[in-house]
Design a protein around this ligand. Structure first.
Ligand SMILES: [Zn+2]
Length: 294
């Protein structure tokens, strides 16, 4: 029973299983190498090894590709088997190597490939990446790529300079208590929220806020078509009628009460105006007319 093991036993067990897993992995790679050499997949009516591993052997796509990458490296460096077995090299590293060789259009000599395998032994994936990039003189990528996805999420690919990245890492460490994660998008969101709050947050005094609450008592959002007042008394926020970024003040005349929903809606609307500088002028006019109503 696993739950009956004490901590020392559990630790020993996990380590011995990990060793066994590496050993088994090395054997799997060796067999895939042989299947590749024989073109075994043709016997099973597959056009390539990848399809055979995914459709016939049940490997997820990424796992299949990593095993193929390792098997093809093993074909040119027999010592690789022992290194995978001992855990000196893992599949993330062999895949990094193969990706780099492909980027170089395979214009890498056999000796250079073998020497690189030796050089990344016992290195972390990040360290290996740097070693490989230096040895093969890989191009430094700096272009930013934005991919807009169907659920509204955006996939970004960009390059930080060494200094930018160090500063980001430092921020990550300092924020780790609050964010509870190493996830980069979460960190950037956290830092952005802090910045926005600092720039736009209400600096009105508590006394002024109290006065606004007493005066308005409920959400002052008016439906633009029916002019009906929202009137919600839940989760009330103090909103700047003329935003602070546009020079709005903390005077009581420039403040009003909004519910959470309408506060958020207004925030989004403002964020949009600010994001599109070209449209700003026309929207600006409308917004100003809006303000005059209050
Ligand atoms: Zn409301």
């Amino acid at each position: 029973m696993i739950s009956k093991l004490n901590n020392r036993e559990l630790d020993q067990k996990i380590k011995s299983l990990a060793r066994a897993e590496n050993k088994l992995l090395a054997i799997v790679i060796e067999h895939i190498k042989e299947a590749d050499r024989r073109k075994l997949y043709l016997d099973f009516n597959y056009a390539n090894l990848y399809d055979y591993l995914v459709k016939e052997c049940g490997y997820p796509g990424g796992s299949a590709q990593r095993r193929i990458d390792a098997a093809r490296l093993l074909a040119i460096e027999p010592k690789l088997k022992a290194k995978i077995e001992s855990g000196e090299i893992n599949l993330s590293q062999t895949t990094l190597l193969q990706k780099a060789f492909r980027e170089k259009d395979q214009r890498v000599t056999l000796e250079a490939k073998r020497s690189l395998i030796a050089k990344i032994c016992d290195k972390t994936v990040n360290e290996s990446q740097v070693i490989i990039a230096k040895e093969l003189d890989l191009k430094i990528k700096t272009t930013t790529k934005e991919t807009y996805q169907k659920d509204g999420s955006v996939r970004l690919e960009f390059t930080f300079t060494k200094e930018q990245y160090e500063s980001l890492q430092k921020a990550k460490d300092l924020a780790s208590n609050a964010t509870q994660t190493n996830d980069l998008p979460t960190l950037i969101k956290y830092l952005s929220d802090r910045f926005i709050k600092q720039k736009e947050g209400s600096t009105a005094t508590v006394a002024v806020k109290k006065q606004v609450l007493q005066r308005d008592q409920c959400c002052q959002h008016k439906d633009p078509h029916t002019q009906r007042l929202c009137g919600s008394r839940w989760n009330l926020h103090i909103d700047h009628i003329k935003p602070k970024w546009a020079g709005g003040t903390d005077d009581i005349e420039n403040l009003r009460v909004l519910c959470q929903k309408h506060n958020l809606e207004r925030y989004r609307e403002q964020a949009q105006i600010r994001r599109i500088p070209n449209l700003m002028k026309s929207k600006w006019k409308n917004t100003q007319q809006c303000w005059q109503k209050f």
